[in-house]
Write a protein that binds this ligand. Structure first.
Ligand code: ATR
Length: 285
C-alpha cells in the first residue's frame, strides 16, 4: 500500500513506456516488503533541467536515467562515480540531502553477467559495436582488469575513436578493427565476445549475425546484449560452436540490481528480478 511514508524512485527517459525496470524493481520491493514504489517519468529533452530540480525538491530518492538523457544529465550532478565519469554517461541517480550523485551501472551489469561464467580479469575481450553500450562495457571491462580489449565495428573510425579514449585512461592493451578477416583472426585466441549492436534484434531476428559458428571456438564465452529475442542468431551460432552463452537479460538484471543497491543499500534477489523480466518480455505468464 502507498502511504505518506512511501519512498519514490523511478525512471526518467523519453520514451519510457516499454521499460522493464518498473516491473523489475516493484517486484523486488514487494518481495522484500519495502515501502518503496518505482514509477516511470517521461521527460522531454528540453525539460530535463526542471525535471531534475523537481525531483530534488520533491524528495525523490533515486532515478534511473535512460535515452536520451544519459550524457546530458551529468551537468546537473554534484558528484559522479568513477565508472560514470570514465564512460561519460549516467544511468542511476541517488538523491541525498544536498547532494545528487550519478552512477553508471550498465557496464557493471555486463561484467557481472560475464562473471557468472568466467572472471574478466586478465581475459582477452572483443566487443562488437562502438556506440554508448560498447563504451560502457569496454570501460567497465578495463576497470575489472581485462587483459586486452578490442573494439570491432562496422565503421572503423568509430571503433578507433573509442579505443583512443580507452587508451588515454588505461595502460591495458586496446585495439580497433573492422568487421573483416582481422576479426576472424583475433577471435581465435579470444576469451569473451560481446555484441553491443542491435543486429538480430526484433523485428530483425533473421539478420545474419556478424560472427558465425565457424569463427568461434569451444572455450569462447559469447554475450549478446540483445534480449529480444532471448536466443538471438549470435547465441544460436555460439551454441553450434559449443561455446558458452549469456543472453541479454543478464546485463539488464545486474544493472538493475546494482541501481537498487545504490538506492536502498540492500542486495535484491536475482530470481525476483529475473522472473519480472521474463514476464515483462512475455516469455512466462
Ligand atoms: P547504443 O547506444 O545502444 O550502443 P548506438 O550508439 O546507436 O547504440 O550504436 C550502435 C552500434 O551498432 C554502432 O557501433 C553501429 O555501428 P556504426 O558505428 O558503424 O554505425 C553498430 N551497428 C548498428 N547497426 C549495425 C549493423 N546492421 N551492422 C553492424 N553494426 C551495426
Amino acid at each position: 500500500m502507498i502511504t505518506g511514508k512511501t519512498a519514490v524512485v523511478g525512471i526518467m527517459g523519453d520514451p519510457v513506456q516499454h521499460s522493464l525496470s518498473p516491473p523489475m524493481h516493484n517486484a523486488a520491493f514487494k518481495h522484500l516488503k519495502m515501502d518503496y514504489i518505482y514509477v516511470p517519468f517521461q521527460v522531454r529533452p528540453e525539460n530535463l533541467a526542471s525535471a531534475i530540480a523537481g525531483a530534488r525538491s520533491m524528495g525523490i530518492k533515486g532515478l534511473n536515467i535512460t535515452i536520451p538523457h544519459k550524457r546530458e544529465v551529468i551537468k546537473y550532478l554534484d558528484e559522479i562515480g568513477q565508472a560514470a565519469q570514465l564512460i561519460g554517461a549516467v544511468n542511476t541517480l541517488k538523491f541525498r540531502k544536498n547532494t545528487l550523485t550519478g552512477f553508471n551501472t550498465d557496464g557493471l551489469g555486463a561484467v557481472k553477467a560475464i562473471e557468472e561464467v568466467t572472471p574478466v580479469k586478465g581475459k582477452k575481450i572483443i566487443i562488437i559495436g562502438a556506440g554508448g553500450a560498447a563504451r560502457a562495457v569496454s570501460f567497465q571491462s578495463l576497470l575489472a582488469g581485462a587483459g586486452e580489449v578490442l573494439i570491432a565495428n562496422r565503421t572503423l573510425e568509430n571503433a578507433c575513436k573509442l579505443t583512443d579514449d580507452l587508451g588515454q585512461n588505461f595502460a591495458t592493451s586496446v585495439g580497433c578493427l573492422g568487421l573483416d578477416d582481422k576479426l576472424v583472426e583475433e577471435l581465435k585466441d579470444t576469451d569473451v565476445l560481446i555484441n553491443t549492436t542491435p543486429v538480430g534484434m526484433h523485428p530483425h531476428e533473421d539478420q545474419k549475425p556478424i560472427v558465425t559458428s565457424s569463427m568461434m571456438h569451444r572455450d569462447l564465452v559469447v554475450n549478446d546484449i540483445v534480449y529480444n529475442p532471448l536466443k538471438t542468431g549470435l547465441i544460436r551460432e555460439a551454441e553450434k560452436a559449443g561455446a558458452k552463452t549469456i543472453n541479454g537479460t543478464r546485463m539488464l538484471i545486474y544493472q538493475g540490481m546494482e541501481s537498487f543497491r545504490i538506492w536502498t543499500g540492500i542486495n535484491p534477489p536475482f530470481k525476483v528480478f529475473e522472473e519480472a523480466i521474463m514476464k515483462g518480455l512475455g516469455y512466462v505468464s
